[in-house]
Design a protein around this ligand. Structure first.
Ligand code: HAM
Length: 414
């Protein structure tokens, strides 16, 4: 046996400041979303592969090449969740949440898995904060969801953030538009990138995404979906925009906005940041009025978003959780006091204090230094000649009975 084992490519460990920044991020997300009536949900890390094949869409990159799939023989095929919307919709159906007052608002902070080529801001295991509002097609739900993500990004101090918004209409409009776009693309095949030509049948909308020069020139003159929306969809979109404006939310209408997942209908949106490199999408989402039917349920509208934790942290200027306070540090002079010290620290924690015991085998001097570095409010020093309690704020030290330590610190800290 030789060689050190390392974390898999595209994964990372969460340590130190990064760990506390994540705690702060989660606190902000919880505060903002729960104030708006979103309840926390957790779904399994793996699901039936078919959930994503049907929900996210066979033609997407995610389903075609990025899923981590496990074949469990007669039990079926399972996939590490590449995203959270299809699982949340599955849970909505499975638990009969249509019986609850609609829309049902759910949020999550979970990890997801995509076999992508790792680069800055792109991982194979990554985290998202997500929010889903299921059971209403009111454009106010769309506008509210967008505002909540905007509020989160602002609370985190994310820099250079821009909001783009568009509408994909209903499946019928899209179908007709798709055919129109396909004919247009076929008429210009010679000028298009090879991979765009290869996708004309499967996903012609992705042509708007291309960074190929010739394709971009062709797409500048392509028919636009926003001009083909039905009156109802156009009105829905106009209302979303009007509500965003009423809430002083700045946005740009982008009629070429393409999202990487197939379930979207009507509103789609994306927040990007200049502070990120090529992977400039911080968070995005949209409406998915057909998704629940796609996975075997009745017609149920829904809207939501997800925002990448790594990308939010990359764009956030400073995000630090306040260090946890330490009420008591228990130090001891010799091995004889070790058990009493152990007990005092355990009792203090049981009584609700943040208490720590020396565990590193340091000298008493080293322990006191450690207590100072840890920001302890009090240090109990157990010596052969008695127990001493030092107030680290004032520097005062007094001899006390060991049983009264909690009483002493309680007078100040509780
Ligand atoms: P998505 O656009 O695929 O949407 O992902 C949302 C966000 O997750 C992205 O904007 C990005 O910040 C982050 N993300 C995606 N892939 C990676 C990766 N490989 N590494 C790091 N971060 C990544 C969804 O997942 C939809 N479920 C959003 C949604 C919710 N739509 C409606 N409801």
């Amino acid at each position: 046996m030789s060689g050190r084992i390392q974390a898999p490519r595209g994964t990372y460990d969460v340590l130190g400041e990064d760990a506390s920044a994540r705690v702060a991020l989660e606190d902000h997300a919880r505060r903002i979303l729960e104030r708006a009536g979103y309840a926390r949900i957790e779904t399994p890390v793996f699901e039936a592969t078919e959930l994503f094949a049907r929900g996210v869409g066979e033609s997407t990159d995610v389903v075609q090449k990025e899923m981590y799939t496990l074949d469990e023989g007669s039990e079926g095929s399972f996939t590490l969740r590449p995203e959270g919307t299809a699982p949340v919709c599955r849970a909505y159906l499975e638990h009969g949440m249509h019986k609850l007052p609609q829309p049902v608002k759910l949020w999550y902070l979970s990890s997801f898995f995509r076999r992508e080529r790792p680069q800055k801001g792109r991982f194979r295991q990554f985290w998202q904060v997500g929010a889903e509002a299921i059971g209403s097609d009111d454009p106010a739900v769309d506008a509210e969801a967008i505002l909540l993500l905007s509020e989160l990004l602002e609370a985190l101090g994310c820099r250079g953030v821009r909001l783009r918004i568009g509408s994909l209409g209903t499946p019928e409009t899209r179908r007709a538009y798709r055919e129109e776009l396909q004919s247009y693309l076929r008429a210009h095949e010679a000028e298009l990138a090879e991979e765009v030509v290869a996708r004309i049948d499967l996903n012609p909308l992705r042509a708007f995404d291309s960074d190929h020069r010739g394709t971009q020139a062709v797409m500048a003159g392509a028919p636009r979906l926003l001009d083909r929306l039905t009156d109802a969809d156009a009105e829905h979109f106009a209302t979303v925009c009007a509500l965003l404006a009423a809430a002083d939310q700045s946005y740009e209408v982008d009629d070429t906005l393409v999202r990487g997942l197939d379930y979207y209908t009507r509103t789609v949106f994306e927040f990007t940041s200049d502070a990120l490199g090529a992977q400039s999408g911080v968070g995005g989402g949209g409406r998915y009025d057909g998704l629940i039917e796609q996975i075997g349920g009745p017609h149920t509208p829904g809207i939501g978003w997800a925002s990448g934790v790594e990308r939010m942290l990359l764009t956030a200027s400073t995000l630090a959780a306040a260090p946890a306070p330490l009420d008591l540090y228990v130090a001891y002079a010799t091995e004889e006091q070790r058990i009493a010290a152990f007990r005092l620290a355990a009792d203090a924690r049981r009584a609700g204090y943040a208490a720590r015991l020396e565990l590193g085998g340091r000298s008493l001097k080293g322990q006191l230094k450690q207590a100072g570095n840890a920001g302890a409010r009090y240090v109990a020093i157990l010596r052969e000649d008695g127990t001493f309690l030092r107030d680290m704020e004032t520097g005062d030290q007094q001899q006390v009975e060991i049983d009264t330590v909690m009483h002493h610190i309680g007078q100040v800290t509780l």
